[in-house]
Design a protein around this ligand. Structure first.
Ligand code: T4K
Length: 365
């Protein structure tokens, strides 16, 4: 494989033969979807691997958020969320008939700032939806305390957070429901996919019904649902890739540290602060002093066919074609100055060293 171009990420993939072996079972059974044996095995294996109370596998991370809102019956309410996220957080809220209320972020952790949440709560607030940005766990204890004080539900957009931990446990256990993504660009992928995690067994069963048109076991319709099912072909990929999840995470952690070393002497940049828990090192964000400095770095890297990504730019509260604008000065400022550098399983260490040198103007010449 040619070593250029280098993009922000590449999927972590098991050897093709291992995937093909699992696919053979699908061909033999002829069961392609509808909660087939591989989807069930993937759910069980994810629970065993990450010590989760349950996992409802779905077709993508956006649907997982919508299902969480539906399962908790929040339609029509306001949901306090972060503007420093991917558009899916907010579009999912709006597709479920809820109103996003933007709460500014902590400039160090880049997650929603718990100290600002209460000012966003009104008598219409139904829930808080923080995002574990770039897999860095939110301050889940502070957020739960606020939710408890105001009788609110908490849904985590945990799209980035498979493998992230809080107090040594998967951070997917936090809140009423966590909605995660198994998209191609995530630490663990099923090409497209996602899932909901809850500690509440009744909610777990409800999520399974919502995923399958609202059917109960006898195919009676017992609630409003839709089609959120994962296919057997996607589950097979997840099963193949799951075997390598520990290796992928350890490799990313090592590369993350290598980036920190390579960029240690770079003036005027800073990195996301890990305040609580341990991230899964799924992204390597770097915050420049100015947008001009960022754009100059992008040009230097592009000249070597290296393409980092401006996650998340612009801040979602500024998408005024679909959301009413609420000022969030910290998120708006940081979104202009933040760049995610390439970080993935097959990225050579030499590429990290090269990026470090290119970003350092003295060394880059
Ligand atoms: N909440 C949050 C906070 C999220 O970040 C996301 C998704 C969601 C919710 C919703 O989850 P999903 O419904 O997507 O499961 C990507 C992903 O499409 C998206 O999943 C992700 N967040 C977002 C942060 O990033 P793009 O438009 O940047 O992806 P794309 O296609 O440009 O891919 C980035 C790089 O990855 C490419 O330059 C090359 C590489 N790539 C990508 C794909 C799709 C591959 O090598 N192979 C591939 O198949 O959105």
């Amino acid at each position: 494989m040619a070593d250029r171009p280098i993009y922000v990420t590449m999927p972590s993939l098991a050897p093709l033969e291992e995937y093909m072996d699992i696919l053979k079972g699908i061909w033999a059974r002829g069961i392609l979807t509808h909660n087939g044996p591989l989807v069930q095995q993937l759910e069980n294996d994810l629970c065993a691997h990450f010590d989760l109370p349950g996992f409802v596998a779905v077709s993508n991370g956006t649907i997982a958020i919508q299902m969480a809102i539906k399962a908790l019956g929040l339609q029509g309410g306001e949901i306090v969320t972060t503007p420093f996220t991917w558009i899916a957080t907010v579009s999912a809220i709006q597709w479920e008939g809820c109103t996003p209320v933007f709460c500014d972020i902590d400039p160090d952790t880049l997650n929603i700032d718990p100290a600002r949440i209460e000012a966003c709560i009104t008598d219409k607030t139904a829930a808080i939806m923080p995002v574990h940005v770039f897999g860095h766990p939110c301050d889940v204890d502070a957020i739960q305390a606020i939710a408890d004080r105001h009788g609110l539900k908490v849904i985590y957009d945990a799209a980035h957070a498979v493998g992230s931990t809080h107090n040594g446990r998967s951070v997917l256990e936090a809140g009423d429901i966590s909605a995660t993504s198994l998209h191609a660009t995530k630490l663990l992928n099923t090409a497209e996919g996602g899932g909901c995690v809850t500690r509440d067994p009744a909610l777990h069963e409800k999520l399974k019904r919502i995923r399958f048109f609202g059917h109960d076991d006898r195919k009676d319709i017992v609630e409003e649902g839709f089609n959120g099912k994962m296919t057997e072909v996607h589950a097979a990929l997840g099963l193949a890739n799951l075997k390598y999840a520990n290796e992928v995470l350890a490799d990313r952690k090592r590369k993350y540290a290598r980036y920190l070393d390579a960029l240690a002497s770079l003036p005027g940049v800073r990195f996301q602060k890990i305040a609580t828990g341990e991230p899964n090192y799924s992204y390597f964000p770097i915050v420049f002093e100015s947008e001009a400095q960022l754009l100059a770095a992008v040009d230097r890297l592009a000249a070597r066919q290296i393409y980092p990504r401006r996650y998340f730019y612009p801040a979602v509260n500024t998408y005024t074609k679909i959301v009413p604008y609420t000022p969030c000065p910290i998120a708006e400022d940081i979104s202009k100055r933040i760049l995610c550098l390439p970080l993935y399983w097959t990225l050579p260490d030499a590429a990290i060293d090269e990026i470090g040198a290119l970003l350092n103007p003295q060394q880059a010449g």
